[in-house]
Ligand binder design. Structure first.
Ligand code: SF4
Ligand code: SF4
Length: 511
């Protein structure tokens, strides 16, 4: 049987014929990948023929290798250069995601984030108007043609006047700047009311919320003294979705995006979580592992789990999603869609935590309520736990170019380039993967970390093995579904018109 150590033989035997390749055994086949993000799966016999240099130029396998840019002599350099340029476009475009933590206050005491929230009477944890304007000014210093301002907290609706002001001020600035500007609100929805919703719908703000599953799961971890958190969230989701429909928007595309946090309590309930999402009208879910940022040790003890348990949960959920689609329910699992875009669609979805280099500073900035800038929201959470090493400046004092050009962001870019990790450089999944310096720092005490012992790598290795196995062995329906998920999806409605700010100038600012 061919072993991974035979990789060097493969390289030697084919060194004048193939571009550099990486190899991994998946689902009884041998997976070859190249730096351009293409792959070919070979049987053991075909791999032996390739290694023995016994493939004539007219062999169908040789043609497949050629079509997927594995053959050095006939490599279409212009085409692969263009593909690489497209995939790496994000490196030079500047930060496009700007996360505004407008308050740390929250009326919920969710078990997994109690360390990072502040009680509702801690009004000194609110962003003020002057700081908010300085943060928006900093965001517009980014050269990125597309800017997304995302409101987070705490609970952002607890500091509603500043949310409104940032939107108006951002629209005003964009009247001159002319960027593709989007606003997004991440809220538990418990402080929503009709007036706020009217405003958010009018200003075309995308709305996202947290929903951990049916009430018995959600209310167990998302504690709220004001009433049943689950029922309130679901009630507002239905009302917001109806408002999108009233506007004539396609309900398959425009809905409140709900995200579950997968805790130990979720693990036995994959199907119930998905069925509940379907029952309340959701058409997608994004299943993610509970990561250790800003965790209190006791929380980890109560809600944490082994990576193997997450992968088991994830696979059960994935098969159920496929089954729902077989029954005619159009439902997307977003982790699978992300991987499908990279593996099958050959395009870069620019998910900031799964790219090389990652988005820290160069793709996103997090703005703390006091105006301090962080490489990402996860870096800000580390500060909340008492370590400010991911702070890169302060709005109004530090130009964005200084913050992004400084040593912290440079160190994180270096630490998240996969070629700088010995294990990743040799890994068949390198063309699609990404590593997280904040995760490494929290788990292993260094930005670089060591992938052999990393739960981050364990998760991604497990997911890539699974998705390739499904792509290679799934039936026609499942492959068709993955191909559909690999197709880009635009949410144009939420992009502000360039003259939007001019119309609204003075409506709210200075009222
Ligand atoms: S450091 Fe981690 S959380 Fe921050 S942008 Fe990079 S991958 Fe994402
Ligand atoms: S993190 Fe793990 S799975 Fe990803 S490229 Fe590195 S070694 Fe491979």
């Amino acid at each position: 049987m061919t072993r991974p150590s035979d990789l060097s033989m493969l390289a030697r035997a084919t060194q004048t014929r193939l571009v550099p390749v990486r190899l991994r055994q998946v689902a009884g086949q041998w997976l070859l990948t190249n730096d351009f993000g293409h792959h070919v799966a070979l049987s053991g016999e075909d791999l032996a023929r390739l290694m023995g240099d016994k493939l004539p130029a007219g062999d169908p396998l040789w043609q497949t290798l050629n079509e997927n840019h594995f053959v050095a002599a006939t490599l279409d350099r212009a085409a692969v250069t263009q593909q690489m340029r497209e995939r790496l476009r994000f490196v030079r475009s500047g930060p496009n995601l700007h996360i505004f933590v407008v308050t740390l206050r929250c009326n919920h005491t969710c078990v997994y984030c109690h360390a990072s929230r502040a009680p509702m009477d801690a009004v000194d944890m609110d962003m003020d108007i002057a700081t908010a304007e300085r943060c928006v000014d900093t965001a517009f210093e980014s050269p990125s043609p597309a800017l997304t301002i995302e409101f987070q907290g705490g609970e952002p609706l607890a500091n509603w006047p500043v949310v409104e002001h940032i939107i108006e001020y951002g629209l005003q600035k964009n009247a001159l700047a002319g960027r593709s500007l989007m606003f997004s609100l991440v809220s538990n929805l418990s402080l929503m009311d009709d007036e706020k919703l009217d405003y958010l719908i009018d200003r075309k703000v995308q709305i996202c919320t947290s929903l951990d599953g049916p009430a018995f799961l959600h209310d167990e971890v998302r504690k709220w003294k004001g009433g049943p958190s689950h029922d309130t969230t679901v009630k507002w989701m239905a009302r917001i979705n109806q408002r999108f429909i009233d506007q004539g928007l396609d309900p398959r595309q425009y809905r409140v995006e709900a995200l579950p946090t997968v805790t130990r309590l979720s693990l036995p309930h994959a199907k119930e979580i998905l069925d509940h999402y379907v029952d309340i009208g959701c058409r997608s879910i994004f299943l993610r592992h509970l990561d250790p940022f800003g965790w209190a040790a006791t929380t980890k003890e109560r809600l944490g789990y082994e990576m193997a348990d997450f992968l088991t949960f994830y696979k059960e959920a994935y098969f159920h999603v496929v089954e729902l689609n077989r029954r005619g329910i159009d439902f997307v699992e977003r982790t699978a869609a992300l991987f499908a875009a990279k593996i099958i669609g050959h395009w870069e979805p620019n998910f900031l935590d799964l790219r090389s280099p990652c988005g820290a500073g160069i793709g996103q900035i997090a703005y703390n309520h006091d105006g301090r800038l962080f490489t990402c929201d996860e870096g800000r959470m580390v500060d909340r736990a008492g370590d400010d090493c991911f702070c890169i400046g302060k709005a109004g004092e530090t130009p964005l170019s200084t913050a992004v050009g400084g040593e912290v962001v440079r160190a994180m870019a270096l630490a998240s380039v996969l070629d700088s990790h010995p294990d990743c450089a040799m890994c068949a999944y390198k063309p699609y993967c990404g590593v997280c310096p904040v995760h490494n720092y929290c788990e292993q005490g260094s930005l670089h970390g060591r992938m052999q012992d990393s739960t981050w790598c364990q998760k991604h290795m497990g997911l890539f093995d699974f998705f390739f196995e499904r792509w290679l062995n799934g039936d026609e329906f499942e492959k068709g579904l993955l191909m559909r998920w690999a197709t880009p999806r635009a949410l144009d409605h939420f992009v502000q018109e360039k003259n939007e700010g001019t119309h609204r100038l003075g409506e709210r600012i200075g009222e």
